[in-house]
Design a protein around this ligand. Structure first.
Ligand SMILES: Cc1cc2nc3c(=O)[nH]c(=O)nc-3n(C[C@H](O)[C@H](O)[C@H](O)COP(=O)(O)OP(=O)(O)OC[C@H]3O[C@@H](n4cnc5c(N)ncnc54)[C@H](O)[C@@H]3O)c2cc1C
Ligand code: FES
Length: 359
């Protein structure tokens, strides 16, 4: 055989591995296109600036790091494309009224622009094959990790009994509707139900907010299903209550929250006492101004803390607290074990007195 045409399998897999982007590092990505999904949602399509393939689990998210008005910022976005299509990475972003990054992306990010993206991250994953009867529950833009899961399963012609219940404000807010309808038509094992929370004369389908009785009405075999749920924190709370009312076993429940539960009061809460943060490994200390989080304190001292959601959801900014007390307003970003081991989330914790951190 000609030496140039031989390509041993081990070399092939080594080359593939080299080209994989799977190590949670920051990479420059090229925006290859922007797709209008609804009146306030766009999908941004990226490929790696250096020749890479994306290796992740359906359900995971990445962190976008745009520079806006000279300041580096970071926000988390679930990957909406499936890992079965590894050449491109899609994120689907809904405009948040008054929000910095979502509006900036909609207004500024164009074909050919470069942006730093970090990832993949997150433990919300369709790892291997799920239970035989997965139920996907999406609220608003929470469809994004779930469409990645559904695309993965249908790309692989899964014959699992798949159900999606997708809650949106109104018919015009349903993202990926034509694709979901086409998938349900093509795969008889996939049933899709849309629920609109606002009454709408053009809508003949189910209306209202998700609760236990509605879930049981829509999915009578709820108790037999493995649930994958995602949405804003208010929706997730209603869902947890509803699933609890319906008696669903929490062991069959997997969720991702997009946050959104921190109102101004939680963001602006001031420390009741004069506080300071000491960084043990850096040998630095910072006297906190009213309302400053541990993340603000670290940034003010030039101490790097990786971040994702900045809302207490993703757990990226966790730090070991060596001593002192903090007030933490998290949204589930730490496991009970991490909490009892003394970890805190820098983005949503404020020092109460003197705090020593392992940083
Ligand atoms: C794991 C994960 C995955 C996610 N995936 C997606 C996804 O796929 N698609 C998607 O669209 N979103 C997703 N999100 C949400 C996303 O990360 C952002 O939170 C969202 O885009 C809003 O960011 P923003 O910068 O536009 O808004 P921000 O500037 O962060 O503002 C958010 C809200 O807070 C208000 N606000 C800002 N500052 C203050 C203040 N000082 N006091 C009071 N209120 C204030 C704003 O008016 C706005 O309503 C995800 C979040 C997480 C944690
Ligand atoms: S950055 Fe996500 S929990 Fe702090």
């Amino acid at each position: 055989m000609n030496a140039h045409t031989s390509f041993p399998a081990s070399d092939f897999f080594a080359t593939m591995r080299q080209r994989q982007w799977a190590d949670a590092s920051l990479q420059a990505m090229l925006c290859r296109g922007v797709i209008d999904e609804t009146h306030d949602v766009k999908t941004f399509v990226f490929s790696a600036a250096s020749d890479r393939m994306f290796c992740f689990n359906a359900g995971q998210y990445v962190v976008l790091h745009p520079t806006i008005d000279g300041a580096a910022v970071a926000r988390s976005y679930s990957v909406s494309s499936p890992p079965t299509r590894p050449l491109d990475l899609h994120v689907t972003v809904k405009r948040t009224p008054g929000g910095l990054v979502s509006n900036w992306l909609h207004e500024n990010l164009r074909f050919g622009d470069e942006i730093n993206i970090e990832g993949p991250r997150g433990s919300f994953k369709l790892d291997g094959l799920p239970g035989e009867k997965p139920l996907f529950l999406a609220g608003g833009s929470g469809i994004t990790p779930l469409i990645s899961m559904l695309r993965t399963l249908t790309d692989r012609a899964s014959d699992l009994d798949l159900r999606l219940i997708y809650s949106a404000r109104s018919p015009r807010d349903i993202i990926f509707r034509s694709e979901l309808d086409a998938l349900a038509a093509r795969f008889p094992n996939l049933a899709v139900t849309y629920v609109c929370s606002k009454a709408d004369p053009s809508w003949a389908g189910p209306t209202g907010r998700i609760d236990g009785p509605m879930l049981l009405r829509l999915v009578p075999d709820l108790g037999d299903r493995t649930v994958y749920a995602c949405g804003p924190e208010q929706y997730m709370k209603a869902l947890r209550d509803g699933l609890g009312q319906a008696g669903v076993d929490p062991r069959g429940y997997h969720e991702e929250s997009f946050g959104g539960g921190l109102g101004g009061a939680a963001r602006d809460v001031a420390s009741a006492v004069s506080s300071s943060v000491h960084f043990a490994r850096s040998g630095l200390e910072h006297r906190c101004a009213a309302g400053e989080t541990l993340l603000d304190a670290a940034r003010n001292c030039g101490v790097y803390v990786p971040t994702g959601c900045q809302q207490g959801v993703c757990g990226t900014c966790r730090i070991a607290k060596l001593s002192g007390a903090v007030a933490m307003h998290d949204l589930g970003g730490l496991t009970p074990e991490e909490k009892s081991a003394g970890f805190v989330l820098a983005c949503c914790s404020r020092a109460q007195g003197t705090v020593l951190l392992d940083l």
